[in-house]
Design a protein around this ligand. Structure first.
Ligand code: KG4
Ligand code: ZN
Length: 335
C-alpha cells in the first residue's frame, strides 16, 4: 500500500510517501523556523498561511522523487492533532480534498503516534512490546507500547514538557528559537560539574515528570550570577551544561524505572528532544549497562516530519482503518 503522509501540526510542513512493502519512498520538509524566529516562537496564523503556500508544491516534489503520479496513491494520512488548529486544518482539508478526488481512503493520525513509531523507519526497527519515551515541545510521556494502537500511559509531565523547558531556558539565555539545539550547542563549551541542578521528582516513586521547577532553578542561578557580576560567557555555558545534564539524567532515571516496572528490555526515544546528542549518548550507555536496547529515529525524523505520519497512517490503513466522510482536527488529543 502506498500512502502519502502530511504533517502540518505546527511550524514544519512535512510530506512523505511510504510503501508498506518497500518502506519510505521519498520525503520532503519545509521548516518555518526562520520566519518564526523573529517572534521568539510560533505565530499560529503565520504558520497556517505558510502551510497553505508550501503543501501542494511539496506533495508534487515527493511524488516526482518517487516517480509516481497521484493516481498511483492508495491512501492519504494526515496529522489530525494535537497541534495548532489552523495549521492542522490545512493538512486535513488538503488530504480530504485529494482523497475525495482520487477515490482513495484517508485517515487522520495522532501526531504523537507518528513520533512514537518513527524509529520503525530505521533499518533495525524495534519489535513490540517496548517502552516509549516521547519528548517533544508539548509532551513528555512514558508509554507502554504493546502494538499499534495499544498504548498505556505510564507517566507524563505534570507541568512543562522537556522541550518547552529547553525553549524557555534558551530565552533566559537570549539564545535563538528553537531553544533545544541552541542550549545544547552552548552546553558543549560548559564546565562539567560547576553547577549541579536538581533532578525533579526522582526522589519519589512513580513515572511522572516536572520541569517547571528546574526552569525556575535555572533562572535563579542566572540572576544570582548576574547580581554578582559573574555572568560571563563561560558561566552561561556552565548553566546550559548543568540544565541539560539535569534533564538528561532525570529522563534516564525514569526510563530505567519504566523498564523495571514493565519488565521490558526495549526503549524507544522519540520526539524533538530525542535529537539531543547528549541524551542519545547517555541513554545508550545506561541501557547497554542494563542489557536493554534503545532505539531512536534518525536525526531528521526526531523533529516533526511527514515520514512518521505516512508510516503511522500506512500501518493503520493496511489494517483497514480510514476516516469516514468528514475530516477531523483536534488541538488536544490524548494518545
Ligand atoms: O517534536 P517536535 O519537533 O515538535 C513538537 O511536537 O513539539 O519537538 C520540538 C521540540 C522543541 O521544544 C525543541 O526545542 C526540542 O524539540 N528540540 C531539542 C533538540 N532539538 C529539538 N531539545 C533538546 N536538544 C535538541 N537537540
Ligand atoms: Zn512533534
Amino acid at each position: 500500500m502506498r500512502v502519502l503522509g502530511i504533517e502540518t501540526s505546527c511550524d514544519e510542513t512535512g510530506v512523505a510517501l511510504y510503501d508498506t512493502d518497500r518502506g519510505l519512498l521519498s520525503d520532503a520538509l519545509y521548516s518555518q523556523v526562520a520566519m518564526h524566529a523573529d517572534f521568539g516562537g510560533v505565530v499560529p496564523e503565520l504558520a497556517s498561511r505558510d502551510h497553505v503556500r508550501k503543501l501542494l508544491p511539496l506533495i508534487d516534489t515527493v511524488l516526482c522523487e518517487a516517480g509516481l503520479t497521484r493516481s498511483e496513491l492508495d491512501g492519504i494520512a494526515y496529522t489530525a492533532g494535537p497541534g495548532l488548529v489552523g495549521a492542522l486544518m490545512v493538512g486535513a482539508s488538503t488530504a480530504h480534498g485529494m482523497a475525495r478526488a482520487l477515490g482513495i481512503p484517508v485517515l487522520g493520525v495522532h501526531h504523537m503516534e507518528g513520533h512514537l513509531l518513527a524509529p520503525m523507519l530505521e533499518e533495525t526497527p524495534p519489535e513490540f512490546p517496548f517502552v516509549a519515551l516521547l519528548v517533544s515541545g508539548g509532551h513528555t510521556q512514558l508509554i507502554k507500547v504493546e502494538g499499534i494502537g495499544q498504548y498505556t500511559l505510564l507517566g507524563e509531565s505534570v507541568d512543562d514538557a522537556a522541550g518547552e523547558a529547553f525553549d524557555k531556558v534558551a530565552k533566559m539565555l537570549s539564545l535563538p528559537y528553537p531553544g533545544g539545539p541552541s542550549v545544547s550547542k552552548l552546553a558543549e563549551s560548559g564546565t562539567e560539574g560547576r553547577f549541579r541542578f536538581p533532578r525533579p521528582m526522582t526522589d519519589r516513586p512513580g513515572l511522572d515528570f516536572s520541569f517547571s521547577g528546574l526552569k525556575t532553578h535555572t533562572l535563579t542561578t542566572l540572576k544570582t550570577l548576574e547580581s554578582n557580576g559573574t555572568l560571563d560567557e563561560q558561566a552561561r555555558a556552565d548553566v546550559a551544561w548543568a540544565f541539560e545534564d539535569a534533564v538528561v539524567d532525570t529522563l534516564a532515571i525514569k526510563c530505567r524505572r519504566a523498564l523495571k516496572e514493565t519488565g521490558y528490555t526495549r526503549l524507544v526515544v522519540a520526539g524533538g528532544v530525542s535529537a539531543n546528542r547528549r541524551l542519545r549518548r547517555y541513554l545508550s550507555d545506561v541501557m547497554t549497562k542494563q542489557s536493554a536496547h534503545v532505539f531512536y529515529p534518525d536525526l531528521r525524523f526526531c523533529t516533526d516530519n511527514g515520514a512518521m505520519i505516512a508510516l503511522a497512517g500506512a500501518l493503520r490503513m493496511k489494517a483497514g482503518e480510514h476516516d469516514h466522510a468528514t475530516m477531523f482536527t483536534t488541538p488536544r488529543w490524548p494518545l
